[in-house]
Design a protein around this ligand. Structure first.
Ligand SMILES: [Mn+2]
Length: 335
C-alpha cells in the first residue's frame, strides 16, 4: 500500500517520498531565482504544474520565470497566471536552479541553453529516469501536479483557489477525466481536496473538454475516415495536407487517438500525424494489456504504460508499418 493510500486520510500525499520532497524544498528555500520549464507541446499537466510551481515559488518570496518551447494550447490559456508563461527557443539568466516538470530527458523540453543549470527533475513518466542533478520520480503519481501538491503542502504554503485550479486541471487531464491507468482511490481524494480548496470542477471540465475549435472537429472527421482495424489494433492518421485544409493547430490533434481506442475489443491504438517537414509524430494508447511506453521508448520516444509517443522518419506508411509490426509482435508475445 502506498503511503498516500493510507485509509486514515489525515495526511494523504504528503508523507510519501519525504526525502526527495525535503531535498527539493531545501534548494527552493536557498535559491532566489528559478526557471520553471516543461516539455514541448505542453499538455494540461505541463501547464498546470508549471503555473502551480510558479505560485508556490512566489509565496516563498522567490522569482520564477516560466518558459516552454511551444505556445500553450488555447484550452489552458484561461488558467490563473497562464499569461506569464513565455515561449522561447533558448533560455539564459542567473538562475539558481531550473525546475523541469514532466520531462524524461533534457531534450523533451526542446529548449536550448539548459545544460549549465542545476536541474531539478520532477517527473512521473514510466520512462522517467534520474538524469537531473536532483531527481524526484514518482511513477505512481496521477500527474506531476499531484507531486507539486505535495510540495505545496510540505512547504507549508497556502493552497489558494488559483493553485487548486491549476492542480485539478493536471489531475483531470492526465487521467483523461479519471478514466486512465493512474486513476486510484487517492486520485479522487486529491481531486476532492482540490475542489474543497477552491477548484471548480464544472468550470474546469467545460474549459478543457467543451471548448474545442471547429477546426478540431473537421480534423477529427478526416482522421476517422482513415480508421483501420486489425484484431486488437486500431490506427488512424492525418497528413500535413489535412492539417492545412482544416486550418487546424497542432493542439487540435490532442485526443484523436482515443476515438480509435474506444472501440470494443481494441487493445491498443495509434494516431499518426505527418509533420510539415515530413517526419511522423505517433501517439500510442493502450487499455492496459500492452505496455505502449515500452514500444515508444524502443522507437526513441517515451511516456506512460497506457499513453506514450515518439517521432519517426517518414513517409507515413513506413512509420505506420514500423510501429504496427512492433505492436503485433508484442501482442503475440503477451498472448
Ligand atoms: Mn503528466
Amino acid at each position: 500500500m502506498r503511503a498516500s493510500d493510507s485509509p486514515n486520510g489525515n495526511t494523504p500525499f504528503v508523507d510519501a517520498q519525504s526525502t526527495e520532497v525535503e531535498a527539493i524544498l531545501r534548494v527552493l528555500r536557498e535559491g532566489e531565482r528559478f526557471l520553471v520549464c516543461s516539455h514541448s507541446r505542453p499538455d494540461g499537466d505541463a501547464v498546470g504544474s508549471m503555473l502551480a510551481m510558479g505560485m508556490l515559488l512566489e509565496q516563498m518570496g522567490k522569482r520564477a520565470d516560466l518558459v516552454t518551447a511551444d505556445r500553450i494550447p488555447a484550452v489552458y490559456r484561461g488558467l490563473p497566471g497562464a499569461a506569464a508563461i513565455r515561449t522561447a527557443m533558448r533560455v539564459h539568466g542567473p538562475y539558481d536552479a531550473a525546475i523541469l516538470l514532466e520531462c524524461d530527458s533534457l531534450e523533451r523540453t526542446r529548449l536550448l541553453g539548459l545544460e549549465p543549470f542545476y536541474i531539478l527533475n520532477i517527473d512521473h513518466h514510466a520512462s522517467g529516469s534520474e538524469w537531473g542533478r536532483l531527481n524526484w520520480i514518482d511513477r505512481e503519481a496521477a500527474s506531476v501536479g499531484e507531486m507539486v501538491y505535495r510540495l505545496v503542502k510540505a512547504a507549508g504554503a497556502t493552497m489558494t483557489p488559483e493553485i487548486a485550479t491549476c492542480l485539478y486541471t493536471t489531475v483531470l487531464t492526465d487521467t483523461g477525466g479519471f478514466l486512465y491507468g493512474a486513476t486510484r482511490a487517492a486520485t479522487f481524494r486529491l481531486a476532492q481536496k482540490l475542489v474543497e480548496e477552491g477548484a471548480d470542477p464544472i468550470q474546469i471540465a467545460q474549459d478543457v473538454y467543451f471548448s474545442s475549435s471547429p477546426a478540431k472537429m473537421k480534423l477529427l472527421g478526416m482522421a476517422l475516415r482513415t480508421l483501420q482495424l486489425e484484431e486488437e489494433l486500431a490506427w488512424l492518421w492525418i497528413t500535413h495536407e489535412d492539417m492545412v485544409r482544416s486550418n487546424a493547430a497542432e493542439e487540435d490533434c490532442e485526443g484523436i487517438v482515443n476515438y480509435a481506442l474506444s472501440i470494443a475489443g481494441v487493445e491498443a491504438a495509434v494516431f499518426l500525424r505527418e509533420l510539415p517537414e515530413g517526419r511522423i509524430r505517433l501517439s500510442l494508447r493502450g487499455k492496459g494489456w500492452l505496455n505502449v511506453a515500452e514500444i515508444a521508448t524502443a522507437l526513441g520516444g517515451g511516456g506512460h504504460e497506457n499513453a506514450a509517443g515518439c517521432t519517426l522518419d517518414g513517409p507515413l506508411h513506413q512509420a505506420r508499418e514500423e510501429v504496427l509490426d512492433r505492436m503485433r509482435q508484442r501482442l503475440m508475445e503477451t498472448r
